[in-house]
Each structure stands twice: as C-alpha cells, then as structure tokens.
Write a protein that binds this ligand. Structure first.
Ligand SMILES: [Zn+2]
Length: 163
C-alpha cells in the first residue's frame, strides 16, 4: 500500500490547534498543489462531534475561499474536508500560500463562525443541498470555534507559536 505522510506523523508529539504544511505536489504541467493539516483539537484527547464538525465544514468551504483565493498570487482553495478522526481538516490549495497565511485565514474564519454567523448563513442545510441535512449544529460549531480561538492557532505543530 502507498505510504501516506499523515500516518507517519507522531500524533502524540503534536500540540493542537495548529496549521501544518503536509506536502506540496507538483503537477505534470508545473502547477503546485499544497496540502495542509488544520488540526483543531488535540489528537486522542478530544474529538469534535459530527454535527459541529459538519457545520464547521460547510462554513469553512466558503469562508476560507473568501480569505485565501487570490488570482494575482495564483492561490485557489480546492477542498477542505474533515479528518475521519474528527480532530481537524485537510485543506487542499492550488498554489503555495504560507502556513502563516493559512493560519490567519483559519483564525479569521473561526472568529466569523464564533461571533457573526446565524443559522440562515449556514450553506447547504436543506435536503437538496446536503447528504445529511439534519446532521448540523451551529451551536456546537460556535462553541468549538470559541474554544479553539481561546487556545490559539500555532504555525508550528510541535512548538506553540500562536498567531
Ligand atoms: Zn453536508
């Protein structure tokens, strides 16, 4: 089986919340795709409940694009998907933004979720627009966002360097 970098990471050595650059892959035509680890809670210590994680996912999809997409810098968010272990997200980006840029965008997005979003702002909450439309919790998404912001987002996975 192919070796996956994320499974080589010592999950007992990291100090969440953090943003980590996993890989930059070069495509056949020279484009670069960056894969980031957005670790929101400490592995094997906490998990974000599915409903809260689901709502954070729907909100980050738009909020991170608003904050990171930049045609001049040739940066475009491709996807932000939750880890099955419910501790964070993979963020795939066309281009090569810095860890600090991603961490700042994540911080500002979580601030928006925590303090500005109402239920009407959450995209994809109908039977037509989501595969589990009843499985959302804005309350949980907001409580987790506040807790993550209180702990601060580090730009180093092993040493706390909070932005
Ligand atoms: Zn959904």
């Amino acid at each position: 089986m192919a070796k996956i970098e994320s499974f080589e990471l010592d999950h007992t050595a990291v100090k969440a919340p953090y943003v980590r650059l996993i890989t930059v892959e070069e495509g056949y035509h020279g484009d670069h795709i960056s894969n980031f680890d957005l670790r929101l809670v400490q592995p094997n210590t906490a998990t974000i409940d599915m409903a809260g994680l689901h709502t954070i996912e729907h909100l980050l999809a738009g909020l991170l694009r608003d904050r990171l997409n930049d045609e001049t810098a040739q940066v475009r968010v491709l996807d932000c998907s939750p880890f099955g272990c419910q501790t964070g997200f993979h963020l795939m980006i066309l281009g090569t933004p810095t860890v600090t840029q991603v961490a700042q965008a994540l911080k500002r997005s979580l601030e928006t979720i925590a303090h500005e979003i109402t239920w009407d702002d959450v995209p994809g909450t109908t039977i037509k627009s989501c595969g589990n439309y009843k499985g959302h919790s804005l309350w949980s998404a907001q409580e987790w966002s506040k807790l993550i912001l209180k702990q601060g987002i580090s730009t180093d996975p092993f040493v706390r360097q909070v932005i």
